[in-house]
Structures are given as C-alpha cells and as structure tokens.
Design a protein around this ligand. Structure first.
Ligand SMILES: [Zn+2]
Length: 416
C-alpha cells in the first residue's frame, strides 16, 4: 500500500475508535451517557434541597430535613468546622437518603461555592464530617473592547463568553479598580476609547467564573494610552505600574464614590432648584442615598457640618494644600468629623440630598489655593512614585512578557 492509503486507513480506524468511545456502547446497547443520566435522576429522587432561611438556626434547618432532635445534635457535634455564627442565610444544603422517602444518611452544607462540608451517617447512629474544597482552575484571558458609552459596554462582548453571568461586572470593576487613581471611569470615557487587558481567570465549581488577577491593561482615553502592569515589588503595597515603572497609585483617588456604585453621571448643567447655570467647577455623581463617600486622599477634616445650599458638607485638607469638598451628604461617618485625620479611601460620609438638591447625589469639588478647580484638571498631573532602581530589571522582564500578551488576539491564551 502506498503511504497515502496507509494514512487514510489509519485515519478511518482512528475515527471509528473515536466514534465507539463516544458511544461507549455497553453489552445492553445503552451508552454510558444514558446510564449516567439515569443515575443522576435516581440521585435527584434521593436528594432534597433546602436553604438556610433568614434568622434560622442550623438545628431548625436539620429538623426540616427530617432529622429528629438527637440526630440534629449529633450532626452539629460532628461539624465543628461550621461556625453557626458565620453561616449565612441562603446557604444551600442537600439531604441525601439511601432511597427516595427514607431519612437522610448524608448531608451536604454548601458553605461557599468552593467549600462544602459533607456529613455522612456511618452506621445507625454515628455521623462523621469531612470538609471538601472544590478546585478552581486558573487560566489567562485576553480581552479587548471598544467604548460606546462606558466600561460596561466596552467589555460586554468579551464578557459574554469568557466572563459569563455575574463575572462580567466583576471584570469591569477589577479593571476600573486598576485605574482608580488615574481615570474617573464614570465620567471620562468617551466613544472611541478602548481597553485591552490580560486577565488571570479562575473557574470553579458550578461554572463559577471570577477575575483572579488583572495582569496588564492598556486603556486609551482620548487617544492617550494608560498602561498598567501587575508587579510585586519588595516592601511596596502598590501592585500596578505604568510602562516607565511609576506606580499607578497616587496621593488622590479620581472619584470619591466607588465606580460600581455610581448610577449615572449626573451632568447637571442647570441647577434644578435655582434654575440658573451654576458657576461651580464641581462634579456630580448620581448614587443611591446612603452610598459611602470616601476621602480621595490622606488629610485632616477641616469642616463637617451644615452649609446652606451644600447641605451637609465635609472638607478635607490634604498635605499638598488641596481641599476636597463633599456636599449634600445624608450624614457623616465617625471619621468624617472636624479635626479628624483621615486616610485615602476612608469613608467620611454618605450620599444624600441635603441642601439645594432634588435627588440623591454627591457634589464634589477641589479647592486649590481656595479657588474651585475642576477635579479633572486638579488631579490630572498627580503622579505616582517610581520603582526603586534595584527592582527595575525584574519589572522590565515582567513588562515585556505582559506586553507580548497584550498584543495577542482576544480569547484564552494557549501555550505555544
Ligand atoms: Zn454639583
């Protein structure tokens, strides 16, 4: 036989082997898939699913599952790894019995999506428990998106397949978090901006997906690229650096409200009560009443009280002389009191509608030398600290690896 024919014959044999394996034909002519489906149905009939209700004890839950008082006590005694004060309402529990309708001989407490406690009745009375950690697998994903209106829609296409369901927002918030010192995501993105990212993705039980770590991103804001590379430098809490090795972290957050909590950019051109064009240089964030408001930087609270049109207002003086002002607050936090020292990110109050405000929102200003200055302008050129030169060679190696990843097409990275 010629080489070509041999190859074709071998291909046919291989295809047949694959077909047989796929069918898994048993002596009864039923595929293993059928048998697996049958045993799943049988297990289903033997399994009762329940959840811990609000304000309910584990004892009540176990009794609803058909256990008597003594059995419930034994199960609880066998499960010291379950802290009754830490179990949350909604925790899923399965009661599995040997046959449909008989009392449970196995109970599975799903403490977390990846942490189950399996309690089995080994003989007629004794229960024993073991903790089961369900594995997460990690891979690397390239995502790319173009902004139509915001970061959510930019990452939507990528998130549909690679980050399904709730993990879509997790991806958006993880990327927004990388840029929290550089870009006010709720205000600054425009149509035509774009984002590339290299993400370490974790996939766990029940097809749960989450961002494990953002490794690199490149965001174009009005044609200006802002890159971020994940790098752990000794004795530094910063983990993102730009291409030149400067920390992305700076003395100021770009927004006093977490991006995930901003409902809309408020964009109030005319003051809704005074019906005049306001001459202020502040910015407004739509957010629900009670949303935490953070100090954008370290400093001292120099004012916390009622200030007429501003309503409840907090002002923080920062070491560089800037004063940040947060207005219309519903209330102040314990830290948001005159004279207190605050750190960047500390909650100083909560969004409200006090003063001249028709709807709950945060009015935010920066005073430079006592003059209202647009936060976008005031915070634009605040820079991060450079890596120590000793760490630079290691950073450059990481950066060039990540740059190569950033250049790859979207999808799961395959080893090559
Ligand atoms: Zn305003």
């Amino acid at each position: 036989m010629s080489r070509g024919i041999v190859r074709v014959v071998m291909l046919v044999i291989a295809a047949l082997a694959v077909w047989v394996a796929a069918r898994q034909v048993t002596s009864f002519g039923r595929s293993s898939a059928d048998i697996a489906a049958d045993s799943l149905r049988a297990l289903d009939a033997r399994t009762r699913r329940d959840t811990l209700h609000d304000g309910e004890t584990l004892d009540i839950l176990l009794r609803r599952g058909g256990l008597d008082g003594a059995a419930a006590r034994q199960v609880l005694a066998a499960t010291p790894m379950i802290d009754p004060r830490r179990v949350r309402p909604g925790m899923a529990v399965e009661f599995i019995s040997d046959s449909a309708g008989s009392p449970a001989t196995e109970i599975v407490f799903k403490l977390a999506i990846d942490r189950h406690v399996r309690v089995t009745r080994s003989d007629s009375v004794a229960w024993s428990a073991r903790e089961v950690e369900l594995p997460w697998t990690v891979d690397t994903i390239i995502v790319r998106g173009a902004v139509a209106n915001n970061l959510y829609d930019a990452l939507h296409g990528a998130a549909d397949e690679l980050f399904p369901g709730a993990s879509h927002n997790g991806l958006v918030f993880a990327i927004a978090d990388v840029y929290k010192f550089r870009v006010d995501m709720s205000r600054e993105l425009r149509k035509g901006d774009s984002v590339h990212a290299v993400i370490e993705r974790a996939r766990g039980p029940e097809s749960s997906t989450r961002v494990s770590q953002v490794l690199a991103t490149r965001l174009f804001v009005g044609n200006r690229p802002i890159e971020a590379f994940y790098f752990e430098a000794p004795s530094s809490s910063n983990v993102f650096y730009d291409g030149s090795g400067k920390s992305l972290a700076t003395a100021f957050l770009r927004s006093p409200v977490e991006f995930a909590r901003v409902t809309s950019s408020f964009g109030m051109r005319f003051h809704p009560i005074l019906r005049i064009r306001r001459a202020h240089e502040g910015v407004d964030y739509g957010a629900a009443q009670g949303t935490p408001v953070m100090s954008i930087g370290d400093g001292t609270v120099v004012r916390a009280g009622d200030a007429g049109g501003y309503g409840n207002v907090v002002e923080v003086r920062h070491p560089n002389g800037y004063v940040s002002r947060y207005a219309h607050l519903s209330r102040f936090s314990a830290k948001g009191q005159r004279g207190n020292r605050v750190n960047q990110g500390d909650v100083i109050g909560y969004v409200g509608r006090t003063g001249l405000s028709t709807a709950a929102h945060l009015h935010f200003e920066i005073l430079v030398g006592g003059n209202q200055t647009s936060p976008t302008v005031a915070l634009r050129n605040v820079d991060g600290t450079p890596l120590p030169s000793a760490a630079k060679p290691a950073f450059d190696r990481v950066r060039s690896t990540l740059l190569a990843f950033l250049g790859r097409p979207p999808g799961v990275v395959r080893a090559d």
